[in-house]
Ligand binder design. Structure first.
Ligand code: AMP
Ligand code: SF4
Length: 469
């Protein structure tokens, strides 16, 4: 049964470094390269071996660390976080990393994902005497770790992780170590790199490139890695299962220059465009893409079709993502302010407009209208992912079924609603082909919001009781 509970959904990005004298500054640069994953808050916690220090705030990385003196943080290890919240409390308390102090040491946590059983776990913890400071489910892990004994016990940490159901990429910093953990299905992206002798870890490899680090490997699903001064130790808290890395990371969220699970995002998007042409060709004069996330797929469609790719839409870079606006009305205004058509390119033309996905349908409708007002003779919308029919329970803002246009209207109805001359989505097999190159355990992807096949269930069900980064 699919229980429909409106969640406080978030994306978010995490970055960590161990063994570098400029740990805090490098984390700051790393967070810049992950800024697209969250613009609501940012923070860094460092360790100098004796104590943990925190600086965090609401807003963009640049604002939070404006004229900041990084020597105040110091230390050779750091974790950082960028937070994206579309609904729910945007208080400073929920901005991560979260820092907890106890008589046996301190612990800072940064998390990307969603713990599906956080509500139940909070209830159990409260009954056992815990008082939680935030409404973030990240805090639940900290209490579970502490409940299981000393904070520096790896077996206690593994037991705590085993109690979580959902999607998570966790970085946990203590005075003398950093832990890295990925959920048993590997739903969220998390890679490890090296910068000289220092270890780095990040949601996306774009954060390695910005600091000159090189990629080493993926964090494996169900793996717990602990980094100390004298090296790295790895263990599993869950048995090896086929990975279910979020397909929407490739479709929309991640930066095109990032490699997720060794697959480059731009290249996969280009293949989505090529597959889309194979499945839904149309006679047209130009192909254009919605900047920025659909450009790669539009290039792929153009290359496969032989129809010239053109810049038919220009993005105003100084307006944030449309989803940040909480109400539908503001979101619609946001689209208008964000994009402008290039009249001379589209006037009198049959235009193929490639977009990465349709969620509520607002963006597409506006763009079709915009292109037609600029003189486009026909607008054929091609979507480089399957129709999104189901909510996401794993940390991505896919709202409720009620708001997903494809869950409520037929293809013909949507075509009419958005005012397009034709509309086609990529099939789920086409999307899989564009991302996955072989059948190995590591290569699996999640497409649950498109196919309804959810890789992780809570007690055999789907229900969001509580969700946070
Ligand atoms: P709309 O159909 O107007 O709700 O917005 C769809 C557009 O928002 C897509 O073209 C994507 O670029 C982007 N998008 C897709 N999924 C999400 C999401 N979960 N959060 C924010 N933006 C998204
Ligand atoms: Fe990603 Fe969709 Fe799976 Fe959520 S349900 S993890 S958005 S592919």
């Amino acid at each position: 049964m699919l229980a429909e509970v409106r969640g406080l959904q978030e994306e978010c990005g995490v970055f960590g470094i161990w063994g570098h004298e400029k740990a805090a500054e490098l984390t700051y640069y790393g967070l810049h390269a992950l800024q697209h994953r969250g613009q609501e808050g940012a923070g860094i916690v460092t360790s100098n071996g004796q104590e943990l220090k925190l600086h965090k705030g609401q807003g963009l990385v640049n604002d939070v660390f404006k004229r900041f003196d990084f020597s105040k943080l110091g230390g050779c290890a750091a974790i950082g976080h960028v937070r994206y919240a579309t609904q729910g409390e945007s208080t400073i308390d929920n901005v991560q990393p979260l820092l907890f102090r106890s008589q046996t040491g301190s612990m800072a946590l940064a998390h990307n994902g969603n713990i599906m059983n956080a509500y139940e776990l909070r209830g159990e913890l409260e009954e056992a005497g815990s008082i939680l400071q935030t409404s973030s489910d990240t805090e639940v892990l900290a209490h579970l770790i502490k409940r299981n004994g000393r904070m520096d016990s790896i077996s206690g940490l593994k037991d705590a992780l085993r109690q979580l159901i959902g999607a998570y990429a966790f970085l946990i910093l203590q005075e003398d170590r950093m832990h890295i953990a990925l959920d048993p299905k590997g739903l969220r992206p998390l890679s490890i790199g090296k910068l000289g002798d220092a270890y780095v870890v990040a949601s996306e490899t774009s954060a390695f490139d910005i600091i000159g680090a090189h990629y080493e490997r993926e964090v494996l699903p169900g793996e717990l890695i602990t980094i100390f001064n004298d090296g790295m130790e790895t263990t599993r808290f869950a048995s090896e299962e086929k990975r279910a890395l979020c397909a929407m990371e490739y479709v929309y969220f991640s930066r095109p220059d990032s490699d997720l699970n060794k697959v480059n995002v731009h290249a996969s998007r280009k293949r989505m465009g090529m597959e889309l042409f194979k499945e839904a060709s149309v006679d047209a004069d130009v192909v254009t893409g919605v900047p920025d996330s659909s450009i790669s797929a539009a290039i792929g469609y153009a290359e496969a079709s032989g129809i010239p790719y053109e810049i038919g839409l220009i993005k105003n870079r100084y307006i944030g993502r449309t989803f940040i606006q909480p109400s539908q009305e503001l979101r619609e205004q946001g689209v208008k302010m964000k994009l402008s058509p290039v009249r001379r390119i589209v006037e009198g033309k049959r235009v193929v407009m490639v977009d990465d996905s349709i969620v509520r349908g607002t963006t597409c409708k506006r763009i079709v209208h915009m292109l037609k007002s600029a003189g486009a003779k026909e607008v054929h919308v091609r979507i480089a992912s399957p129709a999104i029919m189901n909510p996401c329970y794993y940390g991505i803002d896919m709202s409720t079924k009620k708001e997903l246009i494809a869950a409520n209207y037929s293809l013909e109805e949507i075509t009419e609603m958005i005012g397009a001359d034709s509309l086609a989505y990529l099939s789920s097999t086409g999307l899989e082909r564009a991302i996955v190159s072989d059948d190995s355990l590591e290569q699996g992807i999640c497409m649950a919001c498109m196919t309804g096949k959810y890789p992780v269930l809570k007690n055999g069900q789907l229900e969001i009781a509580y969700t946070k980064c």
